[in-house]
Write a protein that binds this ligand. Sequence first.
Ligand code: NAP
Ligand code: G4F
Length: 335
Amino acid sequence: MKTALITGITGQDGMYLAEYLLGLGYRVCGVIRGQNNPKRERLEALLPDVELIEADLLDQGSLVSAVSRVAPDEVYNLAAISFVPVSWNQAELTGEITGLGVLRVLEAIRIVEGVSAGTSGSSRGRIRFYQASSSEMFGKVRETPQNERTPFHPRSPYGVAKVYGHYITVNYRESYGMHASSGILFNHESPRRGLEFVTRKITNGVARIKLGKQRELALGNLDARRDWGFAGDYVKAMHLMLQQDEPDDYVVGTGVAHSVREFVEAAFSYVGLDWREHVRIDPRFVRPAEVETLTADPRKAREKLGWEPTTTFEELVRMMVDADLAFEASRHSSP
Ligand code: NAP
Ligand code: G4F
């Protein structure tokens, strides 16, 4: 039985990955931070077989002791400040967690395994490492679609921090021969997506409007285009990367982009509503520097990993609206 250690276990991807690995027969351990983390209860109810370990990406010692205690075969670093707008307000903290946090996890593995520099090229250390890199690194895109060789031009402190995390992963692979891989994942969504992200904000807003709990939905830039897929598909690509003989970097996405406006139209029309009667543009949701468009070229993931997305854009929208209708109908809050 293999053991996986997941940072960011309370997040969208952490939960799907934990579920997937448990299904494959893994022992799954997850890093949880903070005293009395409110997400602990939900996680324990959903995934009682996951072992929770207290640690924080800001605290090197806690990560060393987590890796040492768990003795994992695979470490998935999913923890981050992941909401792009927060990164302008807390740029330094974003750099610390989303950027330097990657270094701390890599260092924890290196220290526990006793790996040092000197004999580059040979593969040393047993633990395999996955870094959650992001299509936000492409930012102001230099070409469309984006592949593993497309240059980066991040547009937010979050994107800049992810570029650091990406290259420190590449560097530990090259310096220490670590089996360290980086998944450059495009936007992936689900009913477990945080309510602050645009897809879930829309599907939850649609459900609340349909149920008479809310009248309008305030959004920012409707012209932005994203390559949206289903998170449950994407965690399988993470796992596949760590099963390869050689570590590498992979772009993961559907290859199809839609605008925020198209997502809005699809979600409202699914419940028989006209979005123009409910959506209001609010400049507070427009970003200081926008990533206008992202489209993946996932050929390498398809050819080398055998990975394919299984969920279309329309299926994703319907899945999220249905889940939010059920979620909102079961809540006892007054309109
Ligand atoms: P998410 O739902 O926001 O989850 C982020 C996780 O990071 C949470 O579990 C959070 O824990 C944890 N975390 C934050 N700060 C931490 C710290 N100091 N120490 C330990 N844990 C900390 O994100 P997601 O959508 O699952 O994404 C997973 C990863 O993939 C992130 O790194 C994200 O940047 C990256 N990514 C996501 C997408 C996407 O479309 N979803 C695309 C590309 C890359 P708390 O519960 O304690 O806050
Ligand atoms: O849903 P979003 O907040 O996701 P964003 O910024 O693309 O970032 C997500 O995907 C990245 C991968 O590319 C991850 F690395 C990152 O961690 C995160 O998971 O915004 C999507 C688009 C943006 O262009 C934004 O300007 O939607 C536009 N948008 C328009 N109105 C809005 C809104 N975004 C949000 N959150 N809220 C709005 O009201």
